[in-house]
Design a protein. Structure first.
Length: 459
């Protein structure tokens, strides 16, 4: 251990952890360091220092003379050193002195220059600006890139921030080509990003069965409406695909919770969705559920149609890209006569069931479907002058199912009342006995419109 008083400092190797030989091996470019940048561990041998009102220049020159380093002290370095250190590494002592006086150092070849931190930072910024100006003065390169899957105008805004101030991006929508002009190194970064973004987007095939069924059909095929609790893990593992549905969004005043396994539970029971229609007093009544068990939907619907329990209205299929909305429409156009200026014209109003579906494929292989359902129908019971009003029911929700599983939407009812009569010709007119040969029957039926949606991820 060495003890130093006043301006005497005994060290075994150079300050700043550089021997003269090592300093000669430094690159020619400037390297700026602050005392805070020093390594947390110090390797110098222990010294004891006791400087009282010592000139900072003299202290730093002492480090230069003993270590053999070529130290240049900037004229802006001034100050008085008052330190009393016992048994500390010599390189840590130097760091303390530099840090206390807000000084840093720059290694320029074999020379170590000590200056205020603010001055060194300003010089470093100037060097960087000069280097950037030299880089920007390079030759511009023009590259054309024809995209296969992404749209060039959409990616232009993402690529532009990677370019220099001299760079620019142009797009040709006809050929879906991007034209990039910039320095070669900037273009290389832009092309790397395009390689990541210009990939084939996954697709989802959405199959819909729109059926008109009796009230008991939903129970017969095992449709469960709503989410009344979290499904136990054992039961979930034992059940076949096609029996789960996750619903998010507004839950009719109930609360929703999702456990660690991703299962959704709803407190309060009832249907998972209880939305209100546009009218102030009418209820929409759309409900969402899932099909229980390993159900072959096509087979069951075909058998039920033969039995007369259901009527398949439509079986559309649509394939759309991930996060791209698809639309399915099932309905009619109602002709309405309009009289204006003694002229009769006919215009058509849409009375259709419209479903807009936007699928999102998750990393777990499930499909989240943003559903927007609108049911417009003519209410002839409230017709005025033979013109029925168009009643609109609308719902928006989010459901999550695995690829190939089926979710079902119901709650759209159609009421039908009919009266039929039969009679035996001639005999039904016999006085008093004619009623024996004629009959009248009234039929009051309620059918439900069920929509089965099955998303499948297209590989």
């Amino acid at each position: 251990m060495h003890r130093v008083r006043g301006l005497a400092l005994l060290v075994a190797c150079g300050a700043l952890a550089l021997t003269p030989a090592a300093a000669q091996q430094r690159p020619a470019e400037s390297q700026v360091r602050s005392a805070e940048d020093a390594a947390p561990g110090y390797s110098g041998h222990l010294v004891s220092l006791d400087f009282q009102q010592a000139d900072l220049h003299a202290v730093l020159r002492t480090f230069s003379e003993i270590s053999g380093l070529n130290i240049v002290i900037d004229p802006g370095v001034t100050g008085i050193v008052d330190v009393a250190l016992r048994d500390v590494p010599w390189d840590q002592a130097l760091d303390v002195i530099l840090r206390t006086n807000r000084l840093g150092y720059a290694v320029e070849g074999p020379i170590v220059r000590i200056a205020p931190l603010a001055m060194l930072a300003e010089e470093e910024a100037e060097r960087r600006n000069l280097a950037e100006e030299r880089a920007l003065s390079g030759e511009l390169v023009v590259v054309t890139r024809t995209l296969s899957y992404a749209r060039a105008p959409e990616l232009a805004g993402i690529v532009t921030p990677l370019l220099s101030v001299r760079g620019q991006v142009q797009t040709d929508e006809r050929t879906n080509t991007m034209i990039i002009t910039d320095l070669r190194e900037r273009i290389a970064a832009a092309e790397k990003l395009l390689d990541e973004l210009d990939r084939r987007a996954p697709q989802v095939e959405i199959e819909a069965h729109i059926v008109q069924a009796g009230q008991d059909f939903a129970r017969a095929i095992g449709v469960r409406w709503g989410l009344t609790g979290a499904e136990p893990a054992a039961a979930a593992d034992a059940r076949a695909p096609g029996n789960r549905v996750g619903v998010s969004g507004r839950l009719g005043g109930r609360t929703q919770a999702t456990d660690e396994a991703g299962r959704t539970s709803v407190e309060g029971g009832g249907t998972a969705v209880d939305l209100t229609a546009a009218g102030a007093t009418s209820a929409l009544g759309l409900t969402f559920g899932a099909v229980d068990g390993a159900l072959d939907l096509d087979v069951v619907l075909s058998a039920a149609e033969v039995d007369g329990r259901v009527r398949l209205l439509s079986h559309p299929r649509v394939t759309t890209q991930n996060n791209v909305q698809a639309e399915i429409v099932q309905g009619d156009q109602i002709p309405i006569q309009v009289v204006a200026n003694n002229t009769v014209t006919v215009r058509f109003e849409d009375a259709a069931l419209v479903m807009r579906v936007e699928p999102q494929i998750t990393a777990a292989g499930t499909v989240i479907m943003q559903l927007e359902i609108e049911n417009d129908f003519a209410d002839f019971g409230r017709a005025i002058g033979g013109i029925p009003p168009i009643v609109t029911q609308r719902a928006r929700t989010t459901v999550q199912v695995a690829s190939g599983e089926t979710t079902v939407i119901g709650g759209i009812f159609e009421h039908e009342r009919s009266t039929s009569s039969s009679r035996v010709p001639g005999l039904h007119r016999i006085p008093l006995l004619g009623w024996l040969f004629r009959s009248r029957a009234q039929r009051d039926s309620t059918d439900e419109l069920l929509i089965f949606l099955t998303p499948r991820i297209v590989p």
